[in-house]
Design a protein around this ligand. Structure first.
Ligand code: BG6
Ligand code: MG
Length: 215
């Protein structure tokens, strides 16, 4: 029996905004003289904006008073939103659009389940709204991944139980969340980058067939 729901992370799975997140954190931290690199950036995948800043500060050994943090996250988000203006329907990652189309044709319920508060802007900009049955984003959840909340909400939104859904994720935190939700998962990336995906990893959505995804 094939699964009936596919819950997609957005950044780094359907669209390469993970790179924009990196560039905007990099710009802000350079201005502030805070150490930050791609290795630290990998830990930020799937994690909320404020939690991302806390990880960056902890890794750099820098302390910032709580009341100053929102100025830093606001500035990062302004840089990020500037980059988002470049997104077009061509910005989807390899195989993403084809996978959404194929799943839709099979009657599979499709949701975007993202920690990002910018998710709806991105979905509109890359023109995939019509292919989705639901979007749950960072404005609708209390706890970001690795908490399962976003995936449980997305399954509920499309009228399915967790065991009927597969999660597609590029973040360790997202794979953890899928496991906590009691859902199947497929990692996007490398087995080394996603050790908790237990080998169930492909380089992109172009590397897996819709049937294999739903198994
Ligand atoms: C996730 C990204 O999708 O959204 C994280 O993987 C990001 O890197 C998080 O921090 C929150 O995004 P935003 O757009 O609300 O700052
Ligand atoms: Mg992601």
């Amino acid at each position: 029996m094939l699964l009936q729901g596919a819950l997609f992370d957005l950044d780094g799975v359907l669209v390469s905004t993970d790179e924009y997140h990196y560039r905007s954190w990099k710009k802000m931290t350079e201005e502030e003289g805070i150490a930050f690199d791609r290795k630290v950036n990998h830990r930020l995948r799937g994690v909320s904006r404020l939690e991302s800043l806390n990880i960056i500060l902890e890794e750099a050994g820098v302390e910032v008073p709580e009341e100053k943090k929102s100025a830093l996250t606001d500035r990062k988000n302004a840089y990020y939103r500037e980059l988002l203006k470049d997104l077009t329907p061509d910005s989807t990652l390899p195989g993403a659009r084809e996978m959404l189309t194929a799943l839709g044709e099979r009657g599979v319920k499709i949701a975007v389940a993202s920690s990002s508060k910018n998710a709806r802007t991105i979905v509109a900009q890359i023109g995939i709204e019509d292919m989705l049955d639901a979007i749950v984003d960072g404005t609708e959840i209390e706890r970001s991944k690795p908490d399962p909340e976003v995936f449980l909400k997305a399954a509920e939104r499309v009228g399915l139980t967790p065991s009927q859904c597969v999660v597609i994720e590029d973040a360790e935190a997202g794979i953890e969340a899928a496991k906590a939700a009691g859902m199947k998962f497929v990692g996007i990336g490398t087995p080394e980058g996603l050790p908790n995906a237990e080998g169930r990893v492909v380089a992109s959505l172009a590397e897996i067939s819709p049937d294999a995804l739903l198994q």
